[in-house]
Design a protein around this ligand. Structure first.
Ligand SMILES: NC(=O)c1ccc[n+]([C@@H]2O[C@H](COP(=O)([O-])OP(=O)(O)OC[C@H]3O[C@@H](n4cnc5c(N)ncnc54)[C@H](OP(=O)(O)O)[C@@H]3O)[C@@H](O)[C@H]2O)c1
Length: 346
């Protein structure tokens, strides 16, 4: 490509991001160069900008992971299902698994992404809608495999398998619900009242207001009434482990309960007898991780988008300003969102 492009560069720990020029890289054998059209923001992005956590190994850095754009160029050994140059694409473009390489990172006009994380963007979806998927989908799906549930699981109603998703209106939570439905779980979720009907359209069987003082009793009663043994859960948001364990204590019967926990798990976290609590994280081994990423994007997401069973979620909140607007958009996310995914057209 041998050109230069604009990037929102993090010069040092604590930020802010500052727009400058970078050399546009050539894709390596298994890489795709994306011309970025929209980026979606995640809490990890402002954690890295403001606190350098998770660790940012090299400065200047380029943050971000979630993009939709146009394939500019592909390497010589990309996966056979990767989209071709000129086509619209969804890409997981993060420097996190690339030793902090600033050539990978969504917050720039051209980014590299490994081909396991790049799929076609359906014609019916805008770039803004396409950007909402990558990290949230990968996190929601990794929760299943973290607790030993393969992504090709297809329970039938006779199996009576249920899951509790605490934080259903979050970005990760909405894909936890969509994926739980595709695996065949009966889905119990928590969210603010105003999101209940929406989460039911995504596949929740019953949604409970986590702000109700008797929310635990409400969930336990519903599970018992449904005649289901509930021993699987995904704690999507901070503070959800204790109430989740309170529910499982009453609903798990003799089964070993399994809980995936997406926020960082503090060492002194609450526990429950006969219950395994696992921090939700992709495999550390690069070969296993690449295979997992392929299954997430080229398997579950690509298949779901083709069949129409997976939709962008939650609602997109577009923030303007392009690369220059990213600091303000990250500040907006940091204040907190409710059932919204912040997306910035680039
Ligand atoms: N382990 C990993 O690899 C990984 C990867 C990505 C993200 N994460 C973590 O996953 C978490 C979710 O990220 P996200 O991007 O999905 O967040 P998000 O969309 O910003 O989450 C906002 C939502 O959280 C909900 N919420 C907040 N407190 C709640 C509570 N006590 N009970 C139920 N819902 C609550 C709110 O629901 P209402 O609107 O209904 O009030 C709101 O809609 C974050 O902690 C993030 O750091 C981990």
């Amino acid at each position: 490509m041998a050109g230069r492009h604009h990037a929102a560069i993090l010069p040092q720990k604590g930020g802010p991001l500052s727009v400058g020029e970078r050399a546009t890289p050539e894709p390596g054998p298994n890489e795709v160069l994306i011309e970025v059209k929209a980026v979606a923001l995640n809490p990890v992005d402002y954690h890295q900008r403001d606190f350098g956590m998770p660790p940012v190994p090299i400065y200047p850095a380029v943050l971000g992971s979630d993009t939709a754009g146009i394939v500019a160029k592909v390497g010589s050994k990309v996966v056979s299902t990767a989209p071709e140059p000129g086509s619209r694409a969804i890409a997981f473009a993060s420097s996190f698994y690339q030793n902090g390489s600033a050539d990978h990172g969504a917050f720039q006009k051209y980014t590299l992404a490994q081909s396991e994380g790049v799929i076609a963007l359906p014609d019916a979806l805008s770039f803004e809608e396409g950007a909402v998927f990558p990290l949230a989908v990968m996190t929601a799906l990794t929760a299943w495999t973290s607790i030993g549930i393969p992504l090709d699981t297809r329970y039938t109603p006779q199996d009576k398998q249920a899951v509790l998703i605490w934080g259903g209106a979050s970005s990760v939570g909405t894909f936890a619900i969509q994926s739980a439905r595709s695996l065949g779980f009966t889905v119990y979720a928590t969210a603010s009242r105003r999101h209940h009907e929406y989460l039911e359209t995504l596949g929740a069987h019953a949604v409970f207001d986590y702000k109700a003082s008797d929310v635990v009793a409400q969930i336990v009663d519903a599970v018992k009434k449904d005649g289901i043994k509930l021993h699987t859960a995904h704690c999507v948001v901070e503070g959800s482990l204790q109430p989740t364990l309170d529910v499982l204590k009453e609903t798990k019967g003799d089964a070993v309960a399994k809980v995936a926990h997406s926020p960082v798990l503090p060492p002194d976290h609450p526990t429950l007898d006969n219950t395994e609590i696992t921090f939700n994280f992709p495999p550390m081994d690069p070969v296993a991780r690449d295979k997992h990423m392929y299954q997430c994007f080229h398997g579950w997401l690509q298949g779901g988008l083709k069949s129409g069973s997976v939709v962008p979620s939650p609602s997109v909140q577009v923030e303007g300003g392009g690369l220059e607007g990213l600091n303000a958009a990250l500040d907006t996310l940091k204040v907190g969102v409710s059932g919204r995914k912040i997306v910035v057209p680039i």
